[in-house]
Design a protein around this ligand. Sequence first.
Ligand code: CUA
Length: 304
Amino acid sequence: MRPAGREAEQIAQLAWVLFIGAAILWLLVMALFVYITKQNPRPLSRRWAEALIIGGGGIFPVIVLGILLVWTLPLMPAQRMPGDGLTIRVTGKQWWWKVEYLDANGDEANTVVSANEIRLPKGRRTEIVLAADRVIHSFWIPALAGKTDMIPGQTTRMALEPTKTGTFRGVCAEFCGESHALMAFDAVVLEEPAFKAWLAAEREPADAPRTAAERRGAEVFLTQGCGACHAVRGTPAQAQIGPDLTHFGSRLTLGAGSFDNRSAERQSWVAHAAAMKPGARMPAYASLSDEDLAALDRYLEGLK
Ligand code: CUA
């Protein structure tokens, strides 16, 4: 995978240096091994033997490990350097991600709440504040940076500085229960103006339903009690137990990076979420009529 972020570039560089260094050492050791297991090898002179033992067993590793230490120690604070303005708080849930874009002035009322997808501006350091509910998770976007654990009752931090635009897969990298493998997300890196425009749109409440099907879907959403867990800003649904769905229609995936956000998958999800994602807290709405399910699907798709 090609690095698309400052931290990932450093990690890739370090990995290559370690790999090439280890390969050279392996070749040297193998050459020595082949030499000494030959029939009737010429015995090494005492000076050579001493040089190999003291130099190869002591001095050489000290120099190599010393260089690696001096090189890598300053990289660690760089990976934890603060961001330059934008802060995103990500909370690990079972098994999805609450994503909050914090206000620059620290005003909680201006937080933009989203879920299961994060958007980042290219070329800026964005600070990521990590938290967790109930169990430990780990936040990892391999193309952008190393992983950072999310621990209940604690706050951990990291910063991401994407160097390329594109969509990169993020995953949970710490076993957190039965749907750990289905706890993923997309990180979408945009040019800064596009990011600002997106964040401004994300801040807005949901558009009102436009078509008759969408209006019916909105009604189904409320009468079936979806608003007891989910929020759609601008409507009576304001709960924060499940993912915020205000702009759900614009997301790429469903069920936290597990399925495409398409009509068939959405309807199947509403009808029996836990069959698609073991342990999902979302109840099954298998008793909905096909018409209601289709209307609900139209409504969800329209939440752009
Ligand atoms: Cu969350 Cu594994």
